[in-house]
Design a protein. Structure first.
Length: 587
């Protein structure tokens, strides 16, 4: 089950979102940038590792349009390019950042692809190579870079001389939109990615048998791209809760049952898709800063690393309550009583990697009293298990994880609560600002992957509880972090759905790093970043997320000897045997 060092996970996927780091030593080597690890990496988690297809396109563009000593970061639109350029300039103190917008050249495009158009954007943000760390920070913290599938599409256009620079801009500007004519496999489709039409229901086509519209390409199974807008609508219906049945795309669009919606009045138009979960969080933060005023925010509980970085680096900063405890809520309440104003509180439900659950009931009461928004990241809990939207103004989620499960596509979403006081202000902001930058092929894969997410989640929950029951009784396991066994279980249960479980993610800590390494090395499952995969996957989370700040992480209970496990769909008895073998390795 353990893949070769540096190979994609899944191994046969060109666009895999994880990479094999099969030993404790390999993870340390990765963090140290050691050649014996880095040289073998064929891919990586997309916000930390720039996919080879994206690198190739960036190099092609720099070779033709760059200046000596420049590199380029690729983003989908001018609005994103402006944000990226501003960030690099402001954080580096350098003004030597420029943007080129690329558009299609109609005369060449029409001769090669006389059929209908595919709409897209591509902008290259050029910066001096010595500012690489600043560009990398934008790529990682915001998730707004282009996806690998988009890059492959654009590479074809660029090589054919169809994708050409509109003009070079000394200062990025928000404005026009590029159009690209599709290569042969897209010629039958018409996709309009402009914000105005992002939520329109497409006219429906005559369907052949469901599986006959799939094709085998190097990416794997795919729908005809004609169905992109239909696929996006089906995804939004699933997220809103109005579609939980495992049905084909045709039935998904016809499905009108509202009994499962998360809050009264919610419909798919209140669900916004983003290229990844971090892009949803970043843009939600931008939305609150604009709609509610540039006040400090709150990060409550120990969050995923980039959420905290996002709140710290954009806007006036944030208050960090890393333990997520009742005592810290007391501290926050005292701060608010003394007159401090905040624009929003961000939390995870439950948190990653400690699986602690915040007291959303109390947080909601504070938000109503002191007039701030609540943003809840439900990625770990997942909306089949929990319903946090009644307590939130905005719910965000990474669809890359269990919603997809296949580990071959990125995606994210933000959901506006129609029943909250700021709904109109947030909706108005999205009407003016939201860009549908979710790339066509990525949407197609996500729709197909998510059709059976309900049944997958149910099985994963059963498997996770079985493994946790095994581990928590072992004398060399220091602690198991899982919502069902947590001191904050009551908070979780307050939002748990009637038939909901406690998720498929848990963390285990050991009394020594040596024991953790022995267990990790002997555990015969996939090992790499990400979670929520259909197959079991684990990583030494603290090493990967906080290698340069291990003592700081430990001060919040995130121990160096922590291993995070995402439990998959394998047969339960087999999984128990696999984990028992790893426990035996510590003897």
């Amino acid at each position: 089950m353990m893949e070769t060092l540096g190979s994609p996970i899944p191994e046969d996927s060109t666009h895999a979102v994880s990479v094999s780091l099969p030993t404790w030593k390999a993870n340390v080597g990765y963090e140290k940038g050691e050649e014996w690890v880095v040289s073998k990496l064929m891919t990586g988690y997309p916000r930390f590792f720039v996919h080879l297809s994206i690198r190739k396109l960036a190099q092609s563009i720099v070779q033709q349009h760059g200046q000596p000593g420049e590199d380029a970061l690729l983003v989908p639109t001018l609005a994103v390019a402006k944000r990226c350029g501003d960030f690099i300039s402001q954080t580096s103190g350098s003004a030597t950042v420029r943007v080129i917008e690329f558009v299609h050249q109609q005369s060449k495009a029409s001769s090669k692809a006389p059929s209908t158009d595919i709409w897209s954007d591509l902008c290259a943000v050029f910066y001096p190579k010595d500012l690489h760390e600043h560009a990398k920070a934008y790529w990682q913290h915001t998730g707004e870079g282009v996806s690998s599938r988009r890059a492959e599409f654009c590479q074809h256009q660029f090589d054919e001389g169809i994708l050409v620079p509109k003009k070079s801009l000394g200062e990025p500007q928000i404005g026009s939109k590029g159009v690209m004519k599709g290569p042969r496999r897209y010629q039958r489709c018409s996709i309009d990615a402009t914000p105005k039409r992002a939520h329109q229901t497409p006219s429906y086509m005559n369907f052949e048998d469901e599986y006959s519209v799939f094709v085998e390409e190097r990416f794997g199974r795919n729908l005809d791209a004609t169905f992109v807008q239909s696929a996006k609508l089906a995804i939004r219906k699933r997220i809103s809760g109005s579609l939980k049945a495992n049905v084909c795309l045709e039935d998904a669009l016809k499905f009108t049952d509202d009994s499962g919606v998360r809050v009264k009045g919610l419909n798919p138009d209140d669900v916004y898709l983003f290229p990844c979960g971090m892009a949803a969080i970043f843009n939600t933060h931008r939305m609150l800063l604009s709609a509610l005023g540039p006040k400090k925010s709150v990060a409550f509980g120990f969050p995923y690393v980039d959420t905290l970085k996002c709140l710290e680096k954009w806007g006036p900063g944030c208050y960090f309550y890393g333990h997520g405890s009742e005592e810290e809520l007391d501290t926050l309440e005292k701060l608010l009583e003394d007159g401090e104003k905040i624009q929003g509180l961000f939390c995870e439900f439950p948190s990653n990697p400690l699986l602690k659950t915040p007291n959303l009931v109390r947080i909601r009461a504070l938000a109503d009293k002191y007039e701030f928004a609540v943003v809840v990241d439900e990625t770990i809990g997942n909306f089949i298990n929990i319903n946090v939207l009644p307590y939130a103004d905005v719910v965000v989620s990474s669809l890359t994880k269990v919603f997809s499960g296949a580990s071959n596509v990125m995606g994210g979403c933000a959901i506006l609560n129609t029943q909250r006081r700021y709904y109109k202000q947030l909706k108005d902001f999205m009407a003016q600002d939201f860009e549908d930058n979710y790339w066509a092929e990525d949407a197609i894969f996500l729709e197909r992957n998510s059709r059976d997410f309900v049944s997958r989640i149910e099985k994963m929950v059963v498997n996770a509880e079985a493994v946790c029951n095994l581990l928590q009784s072992h004398p060399k396991v220091k602690a198991i972090y899982y919502p069902k066994f947590s001191p904050t279980k009551e908070n979780y249960d307050a939002c748990r759905c009637t038939n909901g479980g406690y998720g498929a993610l848990f963390s285990a800590t050991f009394y020594t790093v040596e024991d953790a390494a022995l267990f990790f090395d002997a555990l015969n499952i996939a090992k790499g970043p990400s979670l929520g995969t259909n197959f079991s996957l684990c990583s030494p989370y603290t090493l990967l997320a906080h290698y340069t700040e291990l003592d700081w992480a430990a001060s919040y209970g995130v121990d160096t000897a922590l291993i995070r496990v995402s439990v998959g769909l394998e047969e339960k008895g087999h999984l128990v045997e696999v984990f028992q073998c790893a426990l035996d390795a510590m003897k």
